[in-house]
Ligand binder design. Sequence first.
Ligand code: 5GP
Length: 123
Amino acid sequence: MGFAYDDQNIFAKILRGEIPNDTVYESVHALAFRDITPQAPTHVLVIPKGPYVSMDHFTQEASDAEIAGFMRAIGEVCKLEGVSDDGFRAISNAGVNGVQEVPHLHVHILGGRPLGRMLARET
Ligand code: 5GP
């Protein structure tokens, strides 16, 4: 089964400049911008510029340069946001079980407050 990318997703529109964003960092391979509904004082979304749905899609099909560029962008965002000393969380949701809302790979960088445990136990 292949990965099907929908180029009408909201982050594709942001990449094409059709929807505004609050950019934190941009490079050849990545764009980082503030989440529209921040869940912590720092809540930045880092996305690759290529058409990848999810982390598994990206790491199976992207070039080494795209992968390096994307991971470096995460490092730059952490530096720019000043979250390295106190810590942060990097989250990438995928698919139905991961409750992914936007089908373009993104890593959430959350910080600026204690974030609690990683997962809430389902009751
Ligand atoms: P997911 O649930 O797919 O991991 O996260 C999608 C994230 O995208 C959510 O945190 C949501 O607030 C954010 N988001 C959705 N639409 C927009 C938008 O138009 N602009 C920005 N900056 N963030 C968005």
